[in-house]
Design a protein around this ligand. Structure first.
Ligand code: HEC
Ligand code: CU
Length: 481
């Protein structure tokens, strides 16, 4: 409110600054047409001749354009700029005037901040000195004051001075900068390794050596995005599963991407590292205070680039250990489920949930899709014909390149994959009776082969007996890295 009132006031001022009082107007007219102009005198009295009329019209014209004098233009422009900036700066920024970079919550972020301030102050001092001398010289030694240039040539002293002084300043800036830079890149002796993989449009976090891995998706409701509902304070900065990290431990991030280039950025840690497919970039942090820290993907990565936020939940080492144990337990349970013998009813129940959570956005809850882009699964050949089972598993596990149908191998567990495929083959009247087990999915992921269920197959060698069966899902993913 205040801000708009201010902007309006400034805008009116800008418009008014063009109007001049009448006496000045005449001066302006003289200035523009020359005092030697013959018509000027008759113009000051009432114009009688036609020539006078023309001049009068001219004067009126120039009255309207009086702000076109150099001074008038400058004034109008300045007021206009002022009102424009009042309009453009969001009220929130005016409220808490926060223009500097954040200090952050790590030693590195603080040393980056200090470095930034040091260099900034050096620049300000240099700026004030140089411009001070320059403006002083322009003002005090101007021609109208009778200043005479000093006619000297090639001063060795001056040349040495203006070479060595900047050189010393640069060296003085390079020393703290290099120290900070070396610190930023020193990822040695980390206690915890987290592999971060950027996907269009989500992040995957793997706790290396802990067999814990999960995806972190945007949680902001579409109603907020489409302005149906008012926006939360952390609009577009909320995820379903934050990255949980302990405080006081050196954590190394191994950053990569699965599709295009992303960038993992959390300002409070001063960590911003490009996530590039096929490369692993390193970064590290040591968080001092527990809390929730938010960040974003910082590399334009496609249409939902703004929809893949980062949330870090920093906890005390004890709380972190507890969380990790729970996560591990859940992961172990999940793996046990892979080898369990599933019934049709169990798979259907779980498949329905997975389908509605992951697939329904495109294929719709009723399985009818949105042809022609998102095919219907209800009655689809792939979902009902027996000899298409392998193709069905393949498209869900590996996706289809160049379409929105992505590979779900790394995103869903074997159980979820088996359940969702079973669900698709039996829901919405696709009553095939086909039951796809998690074991078959695991086998398919490893060998690319699909074996029909034990009852139909003569080859009875059970997949379970293979020692590799208990490998966590993340290993199959890592292999593809
Ligand atoms: C982002 C949108 C999207 C999501 C989410 C999605 N799909 Fe798809 N799906 C597609 C598109 C697009 C195709 C068509 C690909 C093509 O051009 O062949 C497709 C094709 C398929 C097909 C082949 C259908 C046929 O008859 O050819 C199956 C099966 C399938 N998806 C299953 C799934 C499952 C299971 C999930 C969830 C785990 C899922 N999809 C999630 C977009 C999606
Ligand atoms: Cu991204």
């Amino acid at each position: 409110m205040m801000q708009h009132a201010l902007a309006l006031f400034l805008l009116i001022k800008a418009a008014m600054s063009g109007k001049d009082r009448p006496p000045r107007m005449l001066q302006v007219a003289r200035f523009r047409y020359g005092s030697g102009c013959r018509t000027n005198r008759s113009l000051l009295s009432w114009p009688e001749s036609s020539r006078g009329l023309v001049s009068f019209a001219r004067l009126n014209f120039s009255k309207r354009l009086s702000f076109m004098t150099p001074k008038g233009i400058g004034k109008t422009f300045l007021w206009f700029l002022a009102s424009l900036s009042a309009f453009l700066i969001p009220a929130r920024v005016l409220a808490d005037w926060e223009v500097n970079m954040t200090e952050g919550v790590t030693a590195v972020s603080r040393s980056i901040y200090d470095l930034h301030m040091t260099i900034f102050i050096i620049c300000v001092v240099i700026g004030v000195l140089v411009f001070g001398v320059m403006f002083y010289s322009i003002l005090m030694h101007r021609k109208s004051r009778g200043a005479k240039p000093h006619p000297f040539h090639e001063s060795t002293l001056v040349e040495i001075l203006w070479t060595t002084i900047p050189f010393l300043i640069l060296v003085g800036m390079a020393i703290p900068a290099t120290k900070t830079l070396i610190d930023i890149y020193d990822t040695s002796e980390a206690e915890i390794d987290i592999k971060i993989t950027g996907y269009q449009w989500k992040w995957q976090y793997e706790y290396l050596g802990e067999e814990v891995s999960f995806f972190s998706n945007l949680q902001t409701a579409p109603e907020q995005i489409y302005n149906v509902r008012s926006k939360d304070p952390n609009y577009l900065l909320e995820v379903d599963e934050p990255l949980v990290l302990p405080t006081g431990k050196k954590i190394r991030f191994l950053v990569t991407a699965a599709d295009v280039i992303h960038s993992w950025w959390v300002p409070a840690f001063a960590v911003k590292r490009d996530a590039i497919p096929g490369f692993i970039n390193e970064a590290w942090t040591k968080i001092e205070r527990p809390g929730i820290y938010r960040g974003q993907c910082a590399e334009l990565c496609g249409k939902d680039h703004g929809f893949m936020p980062i949330v870090v939940d920093a906890r005390t080492p004890e709380d972190y250990a507890k969380w990790l144990d729970e996560k591990k337990e859940a992961a172990a349970k999940e793996r046990e489920l892979t080898t369990k013998d599933w019934t049709m009813a169990e798979l259907m129940e779980r498949g329905k949930k997975t389908y509605e959570r992951v697939c329904a956005a495109c294929h719709q809850v009723n399985g009818e899709g949105m042809p022609p882009i998102f095919p219907a699964l209800k009655g689809s050949k792939m979902a009902i014909e027996k000899d298409q089972i392998k193709a069905h598993i393949d498209i869900v596990v590996n996706g289809k390149k160049g379409t929105a149908m992505q590979a779900f191998a790394a995103q869903l567990s074997e159980v979820d994959l088996a359940a969702v495929i079973t669900y698709e083959r039996n829901a919405w009247g696709n009553n095939t009776g086909d039951l796809i087990t998690p074991k078959q999915i695991l086998e398919y992921k490893k060998t690319g082969e699909y074996k029909a269920a034990d009852t139909e197959s003569s080859d009875k060698s059970p997949v379970v007996s293979k020692p590799t069966v208990n490998e966590p899902a993340i290993n199959t993913h890592q292999a593809g890295l």
